[in-house]
Design a protein around this ligand. Structure first.
Ligand code: FE
Ligand code: FE
Ligand code: ZN
Length: 300
């Protein structure tokens, strides 16, 4: 089982991210190279990269299972303000360069929101941008995330993802499935086999390079995109476990992006990471009904 979570990218960069992942019992992880909401980025420090890579070797954690996530502010679908569209392209190119410095092979990208454009125009804008970015010889592959379809988000159906992939001249581009987003987009995750067969027919399973494993706070086809802790949402523990353990996706890294936990029921601020406990529960294959209490006890 290749499983991990979203982790921080702080002072010690890749090394710190690795240490955080290991503290959760993970053998994979995902990071943003800076705040997901802005474009402030610190320079990559090679001493930390080297130390991290050496430690990964010791720990048996492959760099193939380390994923980067591009910031949300990148929007390749909206060309209304050409400067913003060009900025998104430039910033994504820089992020890819940073990944290459870090040795990271995959960067997850939200395809974008069409805003005032039609869906078709939005998809065309994404294709046009990706054709300026994706290179056959790039060491870091862009992987498009399936979206919940909140607002004008593009990439909420397999067909939309297929349209983008077909429009991009290079085949050096993959897909990231997000289980919460798929549910919210209208794909029933309790029948994952049907979904996979459909995906295989339209796109091909070999394109799937990462799975975002999240439960959902909302019902099927709600187009909301609010993640829930594993087993504490619409999908449920057993359905999620089946997806994680699916034979056809066994080599694909599974990344948790589930919400942090508050210190008590009447506290709103989310302070404790759930990942150590969710990973343990998944590995054990048994739902933990008192996970919230266990997490609070552990971190208090
Ligand atoms: Fe995402
Ligand atoms: Fe996601
Ligand atoms: Zn989401």
């Amino acid at each position: 089982m290749i499983i991990g979570s979203h982790v921080h990218f702080g002072e010690t960069q890749l090394l710190g991210s690795l240490e955080e992942a290991l503290s959760y019992g993970a053998n994979a992880f995902m990071l943003y190279t800076g705040a997901p909401q802005n474009t402030m980025r610190s320079k990559i420090k090679m001493e930390y990269v080297e130390e991290a890579l050496a430690k990964m070797k010791d720990e048996g954690l492959s760099i193939d299972n380390v994923i980067c996530h591009a910031p949300y502010i990148i929007n390749l679908a909206n060309k209304e303000k050409i400067d913003s569209w060009n900025f998104s392209i430039g910033f994504l190119n820089q992020e890819i360069k940073r990944c290459e410095e870090l040795g990271i092979k995959y960067i997850v990208l939200h395809p974008g929101s069409s805003v005032k454009h039609t869906l078709e125009e939005g998809l065309n804008n994404i294709i046009e941008a990706l054709n300026l970015i994706v290179k056959d010889d790039s060491k870091c592959m862009i992987i498009l995330e399936t979206m919940a379809g909140k607002g004008s988000e593009c990439g909420k159906t397999i067909e939309e993802i297929k349209t983008i992939l077909e429009g991009v001249k290079s085949s050096n581009i993959g897909v990231c499935l997000d289980t919460c987003h798929l549910n919210d987009a209208g794909y029933d995750m309790s029948d994952f086999d049907t979904f996979l067969t459909n995906f295989d027919t339209l796109i091909g399973l070999d394109r799937i390079k990462c799975l975002h494993i999240n439960d959902s706070k909302n019902p099927l086809e709600s187009h909301k995109d609010r993640h829930a802790n594993i087993g504490y949402g619409t999908l449920g523990f057993e359905n999620i476990l089946k997806i994680i353990n699916h034979e056809k996706l066994k080599d694909v890294p599974k990344i948790l992006e589930t919400p942090y936990i508050s210190s008590s029921d009447d506290e709103k601020t989310l302070v404790y990471p759930p990942y150590k406990f969710e990973i343990a529960m998944i590995k054990k294959g048994e739902f933990n009904h008192h996970m919230l209490e266990d997490i609070r006890e552990f971190y208090k």
